[in-house]
Design a protein around this ligand. Structure first.
Ligand SMILES: Cc1cc2nc3c(=O)[nH]c(=O)nc-3n(C[C@H](O)[C@H](O)[C@H](O)COP(=O)(O)OP(=O)(O)OC[C@H]3O[C@@H](n4cnc5c(N)ncnc54)[C@H](O)[C@@H]3O)c2cc1C
Ligand code: SF4
Ligand code: SF4
Ligand code: SF4
Length: 381
């Protein structure tokens, strides 16, 4: 049976909990809200399936992959879609097609006051909630089993998520059902803990004395494609408030992100989508207005078939793979050296303490900035 002794070896994909026919595994949160499998030994019959299904290792299945992904710069032809998506709206182009064929789309949305979860959509209106990156690990509880049910019921299913989620789902559904499952992953630098996001919202609401009714993790329309700032709307506040994202330093990532096996071009998906940083080398015009452009990697034959059908919905320019290799296609984001201290402090003193200790507010942050400034000055003397 699965036993997590080293937290960095579990990405929380839920494949083990989903496959256990005896419902012996539940996913339980740690101090930051990351879910880990816990086995009820009374229910376990030692069948070993949970260990077998786990794909979070260097031997994940790449048997469907092309020798090398086909790379493209891509932007949706409808600028309204580009403006409301994170990058160039490649996800909309792909998912529109699946929905038009009567398929089902899974992606990341919200439940109970902006808790980040995977959801199922059968209409474009429902799917639109998945637009935009939510920089928190999504809760997948019950989702893999629902995907399997949809596949068994004969639906074509598009599942979008982080590479560790698509790898887990690929392993869980098995070869036969994989035929009607289209996996779309993102290039992923890591995921912050759900409880920090929950507490961050509560902190902002307390400060404002009002309830948040709308969030955007990275508001491109307000700040542009490159900026990393959230935007919130409060119920009575009228306008918007924006804050530089607190935890931009990888300090609240899941431990597994520091050793992620998927940070390369052997992707556990049919199609990979990302921000196309360095797009200028491929085409100087495609993002001249800086409204965002997608990197699309076509990884499997099935991915190629789908991309061939949908590519007319976008402006598409072939790219050289070497020109697309952003850091998380080469190596995992290194874990912040203060990660363990951070978690201990959060557990002991709560959110506000770590926000002021490690965030971009308060005297400690100002001191750190001053030190950096002096260091830079000395370097250039
Ligand atoms: C946690 C995270 C880390 C990322 N890291 C990078 C990076 O290092 N480099 C890079 O180029 N791009 C990164 N991205 C991807 C990028 O921000 C865009 O999501 C991607 O380019 C798709 O843009 P789009 O315009 O095609 O789609 P959009 O319409 O913006 O769709 C967003 C897609 O992302 C999925 N998604 C949103 N939030 C989550 C989540 N929490 N977990 C899993 N899936 C989610 C949705 O289901 C949907 O498929 C990251 C995204 C997330 C969520
Ligand atoms: S990585 Fe997924 S399958 Fe493996 S132990 Fe963690 S939750 Fe279970
Ligand atoms: S060994 Fe089998 S029964 Fe036990 S937890 Fe794993 S899948 Fe369930
Ligand atoms: S960095 Fe790797 S382990 Fe972390 S969420 Fe992304 S895909 Fe999963």
């Amino acid at each position: 049976m699965i036993q997590i002794t080293d937290k960095s070896q579990c990405c929380g994909c839920t494949a083990c909990a989903s496959i256990c026919a005896h419902d012996a595994i539940t996913m339980q949160p740690d101090a930051l809200g990351f879910l880990y499998p816990v086995v009820d030994k009374g229910k376990c019959v030692d069948c070993g399936l949970c260990e077998k299904v786990c794909a979070f290792n260097d031997h994940y299945d790449t048997s469907l992959n092309l020798d090398k992904p086909l790379a493209y710069a891509a932007r949706h032809k409808d600028m309204k879609e580009v403006e409301t998506s994170r990058s160039g709206a490649a996800f909309i182009a792909i998912s529109d097609y699946i929905l038009e064929q009567g398929g089902v789309v899974y992606g990341v949305g919200y439940t109970d006051h902006f808790r980040v979860v995977h959801k199922r959509a059968t209409t474009k209106e429902g799917r639109d909630e998945f637009k935009g990156s939510k920089y928190v690990q999504s809760d997948l509880t019950g989702v893999f089993r629902q995907v399997k049910k949809d596949l068994k019921d004969g639906f074509t299913v598009l599942f979008s998520g982080t590479p560790c989620q698509t790898a887990g789902l690929h392993s869980y559904v098995g070869k036969k059902l994989r035929a009607n499952l289209i996996l779309v992953d993102i290039v992923c630098h890591g995921v912050p803990g759900p409880y920090l996001w929950r507490d961050y919202l509560a902190y902002l609401e307390k400060k404002q004395g009002d309830k948040i009714c709308w969030v955007n993790f990275r508001d491109k329309q307000e700040f542009g494609w490159r900026a990393h700032k959230e935007t919130f709307k409060f119920v009575n506040g009228g306008g918007k408030m924006s804050f530089t994202y607190l935890f931009y330093q990888h300090i609240m990532f899941r431990h597994s992100c520091g050793v992620c096996p998927y940070t390369n071009t052997k992707r556990p998906s049919d199609i990979t989508i990302a921000d196309f940083w360095g797009w200028e080398k491929t085409d100087p015009n495609i993002n001249a207005d800086d409204k965002g452009v997608s990197l699309v990697l076509v990884n499997t034959e099935k991915g190629r078939e789908i991309f061939d059908v949908i590519k007319d919905r976008m402006t598409v320019i072939p790219a050289r793979l070497e020109d697309c290799l952003q850091p998380n296609l080469k190596h995992p984001s290194p874990e912040n050296v203060h990660r363990t201290k951070f978690e201990k402090a959060y557990k002991k003193y709560g959110f506000k303490y770590v926000y002021y200790r490690y965030g971009n507010v308060g005297p400690i942050y100002k001191l750190r900035q001053m030190k950096l400034f002096i260091k830079k000055k000395l370097k250039f003397r």
